[in-house]
Design a protein around this ligand. Structure first.
Ligand code: DOR
Ligand code: ZN
Length: 345
């Protein structure tokens, strides 16, 4: 028996491609299924200016295998020194589609991020004026805030004040992990969207910590309680167009994940579409998968949906995904959902 489902080709609205040898190894994993992706700028050093984004885009396109098509949609890393005019020019010229806000110290390579939000007000105001989206890593970094509460605290302390002070600013709450974030999106329909990752639809915090520490399930924002995972599944499968896929696929070589101070990130580019078919089928919502992966994101970003398709097939035997992708910097473990998947893309 086999079942198949044909979707408009999906896009990934939050992706880490890195650079150099790592990028060359992971780029085909995304380009095989996804037509476009919003590319995260947290390189070392970060992609801050329009010129840096254009150069990074050219390196991505140069690394793309000849038989593949893929459009990188670039972002600029917001710093306290970012020039509003450079941002506006990047948007006008189609070099950058969004600006990424990392609170300083929140995650991988976020040291150049924002500490004093007043310092970025002119940039945010310019973005509101021209309609350029702000992608937020929504976690506060205050040491007294428990890591499991950092997303909810960000909404109250940072996001809501910024949105109130900047009418018209279009915001994507990236990789939401809590019921509070999903509720905030639902309660504020104007100028607000949210991406949800594949892994946060599958794991809760027990997967990271029960029966031994599992570094390949550690990412940021860290997975929360099961009730939050269920609320993310409800949001993703609801058909509400404000929720769309951003995998946050974030490769790190295994030796830096399996480490005394392991890096945050789950690498899901390889099997994301098959895993999502499983999740949506389980929720009785296969008919809403296309909205989540292929329609809602382009609508938020003001782009047409892709005119090519991707077919997902379900068979009787589990799909064999590679457990690792080999790179020149070492193997990268592919996210393992912990149960068999019968779908393939
Ligand atoms: O888990 C994560 N990994 N979360 C992020 O915010 C950054 C990412 C990375 O770049 O590795
Ligand atoms: Zn990310």
């Amino acid at each position: 028996m086999s079942t198949s489902l044909t979707l408009r080709r999906p896009d990934d609205w939050h992706l880490h491609l890195r650079d150099g040898a790592m990028m060359a190894a992971v780029l085909p994993e995304s380009a095989r299924h996804f037509a476009r992706a919003i590319i995260m700028p947290n390189l070392v050093p970060p992609v801050v200016t329009a010129a840096e984004a254009a150069a990074y885009r050219d390196r991505i396109l140069a690394a793309l295998p000849e038989d593949m098509t893929f459009e990188p949609l670039m972002t600029l890393y917001l710093t306290e020194e970012t020039d509003p005019e450079d941002v506006a020019a990047a948007y006008r010229d189609g070099i950058a589609r969004a600006v990424k806000l990392y609170p300083a110290g929140a995650t991988t390579n976020s040291a150049s991020g924002v500490t004093d939000f007043d310092k970025v007000r002119p940039v945010l105001e310019k973005m509101a004026e021209i309609g350029m989206p702000l992608c937020t890593h929504g976690e506060v970094t205050a040491p007294e805030i428990d890591i499991f509460d950092r997303e909810a605290a960000f909404i109250d302390r940072v996001l809501d004040p910024i949105r109130r002070a900047t009418p018209g600013l279009r915001v994507v709450m990236e990789h939401i992990t809590t019921a509070q974030a999903a509720d905030y999106v639902r309660a504020h329909d104007k100028d607000l969207g949210a991406t949800i990752t594949t892994h946060h639809l599958i794991i809760n915090r027990n997967h990271i910590l029960v029966g031994g520490i599992k570094p390949h399930y550690y990412c940021l924002p860290v997975a929360k309680r099961e009730e939050h995972r269920l609320s993310l599944v409800a949001a993703a499968t609801s058909g509400d167009a404000r929720f769309f896929l951003g995998t946050d696929s974030a490769p790190h070589p295994d030796h830096l994940k399996e480490h005394a101070c392991g890096c945050a990130g789950c690498f899901t580019a390889t099997n994301t579409m098959a895993l999502l078919a499983h999740v949506f089928e389980g929720a009785g919502a296969l008919d809403r998968l296309e909205g989540f992966t292929s329609l809602n994101g382009p609508a938020f970003y003001g782009l047409p949906a892709n005119d090519t398709t991707l077919t997902l097939t379900k068979s009787d035997t589990p799909t064999a995904f590679p457990s690792k992708i080999e790179t020149e910097t070492g193997p990268v473990t592919v996210f393992d959902p912990g149960f068999p998947i019968y779908w393939s893309a």
